[in-house]
Design a protein around this ligand. Structure first.
Ligand code: PLP
Length: 440
């Protein structure tokens, strides 16, 4: 069944004014209560479907320390996809034992650091990594390992966030025998293999691919039990559940999703004797709808366009704080929050400040008088915005403000200062010589 509620976090006009006046724009604002409620609902749904289940927060969606700390407080494990994300989790106060390390090309240094810190689990992606872990295990305790599998399913989503098909850089292919080979290698080397993992894609509104991915991984685990006596104690089916970016995106309710996923896995495990712990590691569906971005409108400009004219509203952010429209053609809901919306509407193109076309949001209906000084909020920017932000055109990355459960606004990430912007750089002395002809 489709998710019945539209409860995307949004700011009230008076709250938007407070944020803009106190902290400036652009600003990411995250609703703490919203995020906590979402985690609790997902965990409860998963547990109702299968008691021995665990939720991992995919911190790539938003690795702001305060948000990782909230996910940890709410009982999530933390999925990290690099040494940097793992260090972020540690800096947020998460014990290493509660973290997992992902990555299709982990360096020996990354593995050594993670193992040295006592990471809870490594999701192994390649034979080279098995060899590296064996070598590193001489001097460090080897954590629990799970093998990432490529189950060979093709999800319905944007090609750039589709990862479970056979032609993917991620994981061990089941069909060509690599996954079985990797299992045998781990067993022969005496490694603490605990089970299997898959993640087939992201922003999946029709989660059939994830469900069949889970089923294929479970069937594989059952085959490994039968053929090699390997008893999987963990099956992780990744993240990927879509969210309601626009009214056309109708995600499945998390309760139905968990129930269907678990039923498919249990069916695949029937008769195998396996009773693994089931794990999911969503990112977007936990934090995506909990965040908004607040922008202030600057220039309003009408230009001739095909079929008539186009009116641009340029805001004080863009590609550097939200690269997803440029990367994936992602669509977002945009609302005028101050002055409060109302009255007849017109259609606008909201563009950013960057040197590309930087059309952030097209065909946006807003009150027709919208212009300089007005505040726009863009919903559903909690995931893959802050974590994908850059300093392109030397813009400092925006502030992140947390709206606490008691209604306080707290800055949890400030923009870079100008000194920090240039702190990593140096200019060789020879480049400091006067330009030819300068000073004449
Ligand atoms: C391995 C893995 N797990 C979990 C996720 C989280 O996905 P989502 O944010 O769509 O839930 C991703 C996203 O790319 C991923 O690659």
């Amino acid at each position: 069944m489709a998710e019945p509620q539209d409860d995307r976090f949004r700011l009230e006009p008076d709250q938007a004014l407070i944020v803009a006046e106190r902290f400036g724009t652009p600003a990411y604002v995250v609703g703490e209560a919203h995020f906590r409620t979402r985690i609790r609902r997902y965990r409860a749904a998963f547990q109702a479907a299968y008691a021995d289940s665990e939720l991992t927060f995919a911190s790539k969606a938003n690795s702001t320390l305060a948000l990782i700390a909230i996910a940890h407080q709410e009982g999530c494990l933390i999925d990290t996809a690099s040494e940097g994300e793992f260090r972020a989790a540690l800096a947020a106060g998460v014990p290493a034992s509660r973290c997992h390390l992902h990555g299709n090309n982990k360096s020996v240094e990354e593995l050594a650091f993670a193992m040295g810190q006592g990471i809870g689990q490594i999701v192994v992606d390649h034979f080279d990594e098995i060899d590296a872990i064996v070598a590193l295990s001489d001097r460090r305790a080897c954590p629990e390992l799970v093998l990432r599998l490529a189950p060979g399913v093709d999800p319905v989503t944007h090609a750039k966030i589709s990862t479970g098909q056979a032609d993917t850089k991620f994981g061990f292919n089941i069909a060509d025998g690599s996954a079985e080979e990797a299992t045998k290698r781990c067993l022969q080397k005496g490694l603490p293999l605990a089970g299997f993992h898959c993640h087939v894609g992201s922003q999946l509104l029709d989660p059939e691919a994830q469900i069949s991915g889970g089923q294929l991984v479970a069937e594989f685990a059952a085959r490994m039990a039968r053929d090699h006596g390997f008893q999987s104690s963990i099956l992780n089916v990744g993240g990927g559940l879509g969210i309601r970016y626009t009214d056309r995106d109708v995600p499945m309710s998390v309760e139905d999703y968990c129930a269907e996923l678990v039923a498919a896995i249990q069916e695949a495990l029937r008769g195998s004797g396996l009773r693994p712990r089931l794990v999911q590691e969503p990112g977007r569906s936990l934090i995506g709808e909990s965040g908004v971005t607040l922008y202030r409108v600057g220039v309003r400009k009408m230009v001739p366009a095909k079929g008539g004219s186009r009116t641009y509203l340029s805001v004080d952010g863009g590609l550097s704080d939200n690269p997803r429209p440029a990367l994936y053609g992602a669509k977002y809901p945009v609302e005028r929050v101050s002055p409060a919306s109302g009255g007849p509407e017109a259609v606008f193109t909201v563009s950013g400040k960057h040197c590309e076309t930087d059309r952030l949001f097209e065909d946006v209906s807003l009150p027709e008088g919208t212009g300089r000084g007005d505040l726009l909020q863009v919903l559903c920017t909690g995931a893959y915005n802050s974590s994908m932000a850059s300093n392109y055109n030397r813009y400092p990355r925006p502030t992140t403000v947390l709206l606490s459960e008691s209604g306080e606004f707290e800055v949890v990430q400030r923009p870079e200062t100008w000194d920090e912007m240039f702190a990593r750089e140096s200019i060789p002395g020879r480049l400091r010589r006067e330009a030819v002809g300068a000073g004449n």
